[in-house]
Ligand binder design. Sequence first.
Ligand SMILES: CC(C)(COP(=O)(O)OP(=O)(O)OC[C@H]1O[C@@H](n2cnc3c(N)ncnc32)[C@H](O)[C@@H]1OP(=O)(O)O)[C@@H](O)C(=O)NCCC(=O)NCCS
Length: 182
Amino acid sequence: MVRRHLEDLPTFSLPTGYAVRGFQVGDAATWTRLVQAADLHQAVTADRHREVFGEDLETLRQRQLFLTAPGGEAVGTATAWYGSDGWERDWGRVHWVAIRPDHQGRGLSKPLLQAVLEQLRQLGHRRAYLITETVRWAALRLYLRFGFEPELRRAEDRSVWTDLLRAGLPVALPDCGSGRVR
Ligand SMILES: CC(C)(COP(=O)(O)OP(=O)(O)OC[C@H]1O[C@@H](n2cnc3c(N)ncnc32)[C@H](O)[C@@H]1OP(=O)(O)O)[C@@H](O)C(=O)NCCC(=O)NCCS
């Protein structure tokens, strides 16, 4: 999915006592715990954080965010990463969004994603992309809410998104009018 600009971001306030902070030393383990708890669709090993994000502290401090609950415990994470695999430098990447299950469904992903997109803009990116999967219904709704659109690159992409639209996802497909499929 893509967001072709980082202007006019929706705003969501954090509930009292919640905050968003940047990566601190030791947070690779925090991240691993959070994504292991949240992500039911893939196994996440202890090495995954290093494999995906490397070990450059300054980069992590700038780009990896944690949502903290009252008391300071991290209950969510998302990363304002950069493009790879042919994406130009303009494109920032929203990477590994996760809210711990006991905090899901309370709207907390929205101020977190807002902070990530603002961070991408601060870091000089002008657009954002992300890669997700059709089983991640809550994530799809979240990204649509933030103005991300389907990126139809391969022939099968349209049929996948059409199925999601038919299943009730409020998505407007390019060249399909406003959310209606005949
Ligand atoms: C995706 C995720 C971060 C959303 O976090 P959350 O704080 O629970 O989501 P919110 O409460 O802010 O809701 C976001 C949207 O998802 C919808 N949603 C939340 N839970 C849902 C569920 N179980 N089923 C369907 N939609 C759901 C909400 O209604 C909202 O959409 P709306 O604004 O159109 O009403 C969280 O579900 C998660 O960590 N999932 C596992 C990891 C994952 O899939 N990450 C995304 C990788 S691309």
